[in-house]
Ligand binder design. Structure first.
Ligand SMILES: N[C@@H](CCC(=O)N[C@@H](CS)C(=O)NCC(=O)O)C(=O)O
Length: 215
């Protein structure tokens, strides 16, 4: 049987692709990856042939089974490798909620500060609503780590950390103000080998998306 194939977008820009890629790597699950160039702003959807939602990421399991949506792919990974969620039931439920909060939330932060791992700029381009989203993330991180004792959001690295990984890069790209606890989390995430491998390859990419690089 051939390995699952993960369709992803440019590593520098595709925040949704980063999440399941990290979960699969942390789970020690073998997979092939297929890279696709993300469309320019206003471009026609180009991923219709890849995935049911015409987006990346998508995980092709073969025999016509294609899993769309980053969180669903992370859940598949956790079925193969259950340590991707915390073991204790309440903690696991909190981690799942944290992942869902990220998947459906913080639209202002996402709009104001698109993931762009290579870029270094300041927080001036964030709206008050975008900054309020970032403050909310910081407060949630602090609460979760205070409860778990760290080093990651719910103790050992979990899918919840995969879901917040692109936000970690946004704090750095846009020099977003943060608490000391959030800074500690950023440092630990940045030092983690799979995260670092993604960042290294993002930095090696040369394709530019003007909508993110020049805005
Ligand atoms: N809710 C989806 C979002 C996926 C998504 O928006 N992917 C972007 C790339 S990061 C995409 O495919 N954009 C292409 C387009 O909009 O045509 C998920 O969690 O996977």
């Amino acid at each position: 049987m051939s390995a699952p194939r993960l369709h992803i977008g440019d590593r520098n820009y595709s925040s949704w692709s980063m999440r399941p890629w990290l979960a699969l790597r942390h789970g020690g699950i073998a997979f092939d990856e297929v890279m696709h160039a993300l469309p320019e702003l206003g471009g026609k959807p180009v991923f219709g042939a890849i995935s049911p939602n015409a987006r990346v990421p998508a995980l092709d399991l073969g025999e016509g089974v294609v899993i769309a949506e980053s969180l669903a792919i992370c859940e598949w990974a956790a079925e193969q490798q259950p340590t991707l969620w915390p073991r204790e039931s309440n903690t696991r439920a909190l981690a799942r909620a944290a992942a869902a909060i990220m998947h459906s939330g913080f639209p202002n932060l996402r709009n104001d500060a698109p993931m762009n791992i290579r870029r270094r700029t300041d927080a001036g381009r964030l709206t008050a609503d975008g900054l309020a989203d970032a403050e909310k993330v910081d407060a949630l991180w602090r609460g979760w780590m205070a409860r778990s004792g760290g080093p990651f959001l719910f103790g050992q690295w979990s899918v919840a950390d995969a879901m917040y990984a692109p936000v970690v890069t946004r704090f750095v790209t846009y020099a977003i103000p943060r608490s000391p606890e959030a800074q500690g989390y950023l440092d630990r995430m940045w030092a983690e080998p799979h995260f670092a491998a993604w960042v290294d390859s993002a930095e090696a990419e040369t394709r530019k998306l003007p909508r993110s690089d020049e805005a």
